[in-house]
Design a protein around this ligand. Structure first.
Ligand SMILES: Nc1ncnc2c1ncn2[C@@H]1O[C@H](COP(=O)(O)OP(=O)(O)OP(=O)(O)O)[C@@H](O)[C@H]1O
Ligand SMILES: [Mg+2]
Length: 403
């Protein structure tokens, strides 16, 4: 863990500098902020593994600070240590209940316990109760990320077949792992299309669910209420049915719902379409695998390159990206190796052009594997699904080890 990044948010300059120096000595990368606002910006931009916060900040209340960090996907499951000059047991208890993992008081000899907490160890000096473990998890905000792998279907350009790929890859995940629970979430705004592809017309969708409270929308609720889709083998979290509905979407609920979904399902597949926005960027960065759908024309590939460079500048790793060529528009176009050269990526996934057969299957609400079991596209989808899940599992394990 010696390469972990630690963010210290402390308005007391002397305490901030002292802590930063001591933690750097232990070979951690340290970044600092002296106000809550500055701290939030750094937390979301730099994505530290550990956050040490003096909860008594001048500009943001202690409740709001931890709530903002715990409800944002970029920081929800980081390690939070409260470092405060208040030692009253009630303050300690209240602060822990807000969602901190540890509480330490500012004392000269707090550093060893602090370093233990950063390294995820128990304090070496239990007789000195400067470190108090949180007695119970806060009940309101989900603080623990589930084990579910987050697979995001994304494209730099519309019409490349992102939704069709999302719906048609999901059944193969279940084929490959029959016990796996898979949910497909349609986050394409202003209007989703996966419900149309699979033929679902029920009332439950992301807009409705975003209006529900934490009590109503639990992990169990999602497991039991999201509709099954028969031959498609996944449960569906349908998207916005009409553009008007999308305008009503309470976007602050999306990270909370995705977090719960990852607790409720083994695989959470999200159709993001070509959205690159304030809502979608954190989802992309948090993905265990982004299935990047490409059509093989120059324009799409060039746009894809620009988008990938942007995402990499925000911290996305190449190993998070699985490029998938989908020949949705015809047989011509760039070859795989031409696309690989432009993107500087190795591409193994490629779905052939299926002509009218693809739309035919979509119109009949039937999966490709079922309608055209012998087609090359079926084999290609199966192989791509296998590669994506393998990579997602590997990435998730690596990420969990790094935390
Ligand atoms: N490999 C393929 N061969 C033939 N047709 C395809 C193929 N893949 C997708 N299509 C067709 O391309 C059209 C667009 O597909 P889809 O709606 O999945 O794209 P999308 O990227 O999700 O579009 P949007 O940007 O509107 O969300 C559909 O009519 C679909 O049937
Ligand atoms: Mg779509």
């Amino acid at each position: 863990m010696s390469t972990s990044r630690v963010l210290i948010i402390d308005p007391e300059e002397a305490s901030l500098q002292f802590l930063a120096k001591e933690i750097r000595k232990a070979e951690y990368e340290v970044i600092t902020a002296s106000t809550g606002k500055e701290g939030l910006i750094l937390a979301w931009r730099e994505r530290p593994h550990v956050l040490i916060i003096d909860p008594n900040l001048p500009d943001i209340s202690r409740e709001e600070m931890i709530q903002k960090l715990r409800s944002d996907r970029r920081t929800a499951r980081r390690l939070f240590i409260a470092f405060s000059s208040l030692s009253d047991p009630q303050d300690v208890q209240d602060t822990l209940n807000l969602g901190y993992d540890h509480y330490l008081t500012k004392e000269a000899d707090a550093i060893p316990a602090l370093l233990d907490a950063i390294a995820g160890k128990e304090s070496q000096k239990p007789e000195q109760p400067i470190m108090v473990d949180r007695p119970e998890k806060p009940t309101k905000k989900p603080t623990k990320q589930g084990d579910g792998k987050l697979i995001v279907l994304f494209s730099a350009k519309g019409g490349t077949g992102t939704s069709s790929m999302c719906a048609n890859l999901a059944p193969f995940i279940v084929n490959n792992q029959p016990d796996a629970r898979v949910v497909v979430v349609d986050l394409v705004l202003p209007i989703g299309s996966i419900a149309h592809i699979v033929g679902y017309s029920g009332p439950l969708n992301i807009i409705e669910a975003a209006e529900m409270s934490d009590v109503e929308i639990s992990k169990e609720y999602l497991q039991t209420s999201l509709p099954e889709t028969g031959l498609w083998k996944f449960q569906l979290f349908a998207g916005s049915p009409k553009p008007d509905d999308a305008n009503q979407l309470n976007i602050s609920r999306i990270p909370v719902m995705l977090n719960l979904l990852q607790q409720a399902f083994d695989y959470v597949m999200v159709d993001l379409g070509r959205s690159l926005s304030k809502i979608s960027l954190p989802i992309l960065l948090e993905a265990d695998q982004i299935c990047l759908i490409l059509s093989p024309e120059q324009g799409t590939v060039t746009l894809t390159k620009i988008v990938c460079e942007y995402l990499e500048s925000k911290g996305l790793l190449k190993e998070q990206v699985y490029p998938l060529i989908n020949r949705a528009v015809g047989l011509e176009g760039l070859t795989k190796s031409e696309i690989e050269d432009i993107l500087d990526m190795n591409i193994t996934g490629s779905i052939p052009y299926m002509g009218h057969n693809f739309s035919l299957a979509n119109n009949l609400h039937l999966p490709i594997y079922y309608k055209f079991p012998e087609e090359v596209a079926t084999l290609s989808l199966r192989q791509a699904a296998q590669e994506i899940t393998d990579r997602a599992i590997r990435f998730k394990e690596k990420r969990l080890l790094a935390i």
